[in-house]
Design a protein around this ligand. Structure first.
Ligand code: ADP
Length: 812
């Protein structure tokens, strides 16, 4: 600029002085004054055109004297005549006038040119701003905002590269969120820098004004922190980005050369930054909204998924797969065991290999107790307060590695950059904790918030699943109690019935609904005796409860009950077992011992007596008496054998050691032969006969065993007809069956006893049988044998009118 100005000055000076000098040379010609005068004026005009008013005046000054001296006084050099002076004056005035006219004209032209240039610049600025505004209006991400500013708005300014940084939530940091044109390595140290630091962008955002640095040198002087940073460095512009509510970040332009920032350029860039600020704010809001929408749909999906199962394991699987990889690289769920140890229930990673490895590592790790001060999971479960480590401190990892070699080993394999641990808390307690780990990125506040919301939903779902399984468990327990064969009675502290199960109702004959809420003694008066005798065990060792057997008076008569009781905080629970039958069996057994002894002793006594008499030498027995004694010995020995073989057979039947071989057996032949042998033994008052029926009487049976059954039935019929009468064997048939009935007209059997006479050792009261002896085994053995042949045995009887025992067998 300066060199061009001095050239113009030089040319103007040459013209202003040289042109009049050239005209003066006309003095050596014969020309008259008019022509040189006009040429002088031309020289002055020329000088004015080239050099402006001053050059014109210099040319005037340089022309006046030669004109006057050489031309107006040409022929009269010694005298200044009037004409010469007048001509000179006219000449001066004309020259001045012409030069002034020209000066004004050139000034006006210059102004016009300047005005045109200024409006062109303004138009250019306006159009660039407009282009940028258009591009910014459609920018939806910070990167698009940056691109719009760089590619459109700054095109003419030759910015080489640019970046956008936003203010962190706490307002203390500037985070680079978009960049273009920088070498990633050189920009890496500036990803995040302090707003309070001495950096040009920090200053621009702090002050709200642009920082314009024309050269690398200026940068180094004003910001020594940048020395040695990005290379090479030239002009740099840092501008604040301001949204509706205040500063939101900053914009940086880097240039490939040094620049001069005229006020116009500065203004343009600031205007651009204002638009970019609003666009950035809009894009950030849009991004936030998008993120929010994504999160809401993520949470919706997770709620739906978690609510769709009540299986805890399945739910934990879903929960971890929801979190990985959407939220984090790793996700783990831990709970506290009953022993107070932290147990990992699930761990997830996108790569199944890595997950298996993590599970294996966790299994080998030293167990952590809930009271552990160092362990973060333990702390979170204990306090219910979440922990957010945006940047996990290296010291923490080092200490963890020091405490457990397994952890140290694991930490060599994975990197932990950022971590969040949130409690899984239900209304009543902290169930466990959910831990999220990011390997590369840093979690932000939104992630933390999302993790908390996810854990809140997961905790509700887990609690529901827990309640459900608890309810199921209780329902199962209630079911077990309802159907258990033992009576279960729960009394509260005041002795009132809180639970009375179906078996208790069956044993006592009192319905649950009649017992509930009433005092046990009131429900069942003999309960007082029961409560007095029962020995109560402690709740801590319920299996130690000793049972006590006692009679209980019930509406259905006396029942023998074995009782165990366990006392606990809220009352006593009794278990009642009806042992009436067992007791009856015991009784029958001891009765049998007595009866069998009696039954055995009678024939033995007869045998013994006969034998001794036969051996006497002091008296001579007549032969018929001798035979009589020998007969007694024979028949009583038979009776003894029969009793003993009955006892043996009953034992074998019980142990399942009796083999049967069924074959087609004609019942008619069998009945005739058994009747014949019975007739021999039977008293004369008893009349034995056979009613063979019309149909086929061939059954599928074991002939020997069936004979035994028939002998027993006929013996009983004769035995229990002490007054004599008819005893008949009737044969008959039904579809697929052959029946054999032994009917007598003897003592009969009371209806309440008709089932029981088939039990082992069971005998009717001797008063009902007129003291007839027996073992109580005959009917038991008979029914067992018949059922093993695939048949059935039943009785119909009316006391005093006799009895009819029917054997049904499959037809052959
Ligand atoms: P026992 O050796 O006592 O006869 P059983 O088992 O044959 O044993 O019979 C059981 C009980 O059934 C007998 O004690 C008797 O009271 C009753 N009983 C059996 N048969 C008859 C019958 N025909 N008439 C009346 N009572 C009978």
């Amino acid at each position: 600029m300066r060199s061009r100005g001095s050239l113009r000055f030089f040319v103007a000076a040459v013209v202003a002085l040289g042109a009049p000098a050239l005209v003066t040379l006309l003095h050596f010609t014969t020309l008259h004054a008019a022509v040189p005068g006009l040429l002088y004026i031309v020289a002055i005009v020329l000088a004015t055109i080239v050099g402006g008013r001053n050059a014109g005046l210099v040319a005037v000054a340089a022309s006046v004297f030669p004109f006057f001296h050489y031309f107006t006084t040409r022929y009269d050099r010694g005298n200044a005549n009037a004409e010469g002076i007048t001509a000179t004056l006219v000449f001066i005035l004309a020259a001045l006038f012409v030069s002034e006219v020209l000066r004004r004209e050139s000034l006006a032209r210059e102004r016009a040119e300047e005005a045109v240039a200024a409006s062109a610049i303004a138009l250019d600025s306006a159009s660039r701003l407009q282009t940028a505004a258009d591009a910014l209006a459609t920018a939806r991400t910070p990167q698009e905002v940056l691109d719009a500013v760089l590619s459109e708005g700054v095109r003419a300014a030759e910015a080489r590269s640019g970046l956008i940084a936003t203010l962190s939530d706490d307002g203390e940091w500037l985070d680079v969120i978009a960049q273009r044109g920088y070498n990633p390595d050189s920009i890496a140290p500036y990803q995040r820098f302090s707003l309070a630091g001495n950096f040009p962008l920090s200053e621009a955002v702090r002050t709200g004004e642009g920082v314009f640095l024309s050269s690398g040198k200026e940068q180094d002087e004003r910001y020594p922190e940048l020395v040695g940073g990005m290379q090479p460095r030239h002009a740099l512009v840092c501008l604040p980005l301001v949204g509706h509510a205040g500063p939101i970040g900053g914009l940086v332009f880097s240039f490939a050369s040094d620049q001069e920032f005229t006020p116009e350029r500065r203004a343009l860039k600031l205007a651009l930054a204002r638009q970019a600020g609003l666009a950035l704010e809009r894009s950030l809001i849009a991004e936030k909204e998008e993120k929010l929408r994504e999160r809401i749909s993520f949470l919706d999906a997770s709620t739906a998924l978690l609510a769709s199962s009540l299986d805890i394991d399945e739910m934990l699987g879903w929960l971890t797969s929801l979190a990985v990889p959407e939220l984090a690289d790793w996700c783990a769920i831990s709970v506290v065991s009953e022993a107070g140890l932290i147990e990992s229930l699930a761990v997830a990673h996108q790569d199944p290999e890595r997950r298996r490895w993590a599970e294996e590592t966790q299994r080998r790790s030293i167990p952590v107790h809930i009271d552990d001060d160092f362990d973060l999971t333990a702390r979170v479960i204990r306090t219910g307060e979440p922990i957010f480590l945006r940047e996990v401190p290296q010291e923490l990892l080092d200490e963890a590695a020091e405490r457990d070699p397994e952890t140290a080993h694991a930490l060599e394999e994975i990197s932990i950059r950022s971590a969040i641990t949130v409690p899984l808390s239900s209304r009543s307690q902290n169930l466990g904790a959910l831990t999220l780990v990011a390997e590369e990125r840093e979690f932000d506040d939104d992630d933390f918030e999302l993790a908390q919301q996810l854990s809140a939903r997961a905790a509700i779902a887990l609690e529901n699943a827990r309640l459900y399984s608890e309810t199921e468990r209780r329902a199962d327990a209630a079911l077990a109690l309802a159907y258990v064969g033992d009576g279960v009675v729960l009394l509260d502290e005041a002795g009132r019935v809180r639970f009375w199960n179906a078996a208790a109702a069956a044993i006592t004959g009192i319905r649950s609904e009649d017992a509930a809420g009433r005092a046990a003694e009131e429900v069942l008066p003999s309960w007082a005796e029961l409560a007095r005798i029962a020995e109560l065990a402690d709740a801590a060792s319920p299996s130690r409860a000793r049972s006590v057997t006692l009679p209980l008076e019930t509406a259905d008569g006396d029942r023998w009950v074995s009782v165990t009781g366990v006392a606990f905080d809220e009352g006593v629970v009794y278990a009642l077992r009806d042992v009436t039958d067992e007791r009856a069996l015991e009784r029958a057994r001891s009765d049998f011992v007595a009866t069998a002894s009696h039954e055995l002793r009678t024939p033995l006594a007869a045998v013994y007596g006969s034998a001794r008499t036969l051996r006497r030498s002091d008296i001579e027995l007549p032969p018929d008496q001798r035979d009589r004694f020998l007969e007694i010995i024979e028949s009583e020995t038979e009776r003894l054998t029969a009793i003993v073989s009955q006892i043996l057979l009953a034992g074998q039947l019980e142990e399942g050691r009796v083999d049967l071989a069924t074959a087609a057996t004609d019942l008619r032949g069998l009945a005739e032969s058994v009747l014949d042998s019975t007739r021999v033994r039977a008293p004369a008052e008893v009349e034995l006969k056979l009613d063979p029926g019309d149909d086929s009487t061939v059954a599928l049976a074991d002939e020997d065993k069936l004979r035994q059954v028939l002998v027993n039935l006929l013996d009983n019929a004769v035995k229990y007809s002490p007054d004599g009468g008819e005893v008949a064997v009737e044969l008959g048939s039904a579809p697929g069956l052959v029946t054999l009935t032994v009917r007598d007209s003897g003592l009969g059997i009371p209806p309440g006893e008709q089932d029981r006479i088939f039990e082992k050792f069971y005998r009717l009261d001797p008063a009902l049988t007129r003291g007839v002896g027996g073992s109580g085994l005959g009917l038991y053995i008979s029914r067992e044998l018949v059922s093993r042949m695939g048949g059935r045995m039943s009785v119909r009887s009316r006391p005093g009118e006799g009895a009819a025992f029917t054997v049904e067998l499959p037809a052959a």
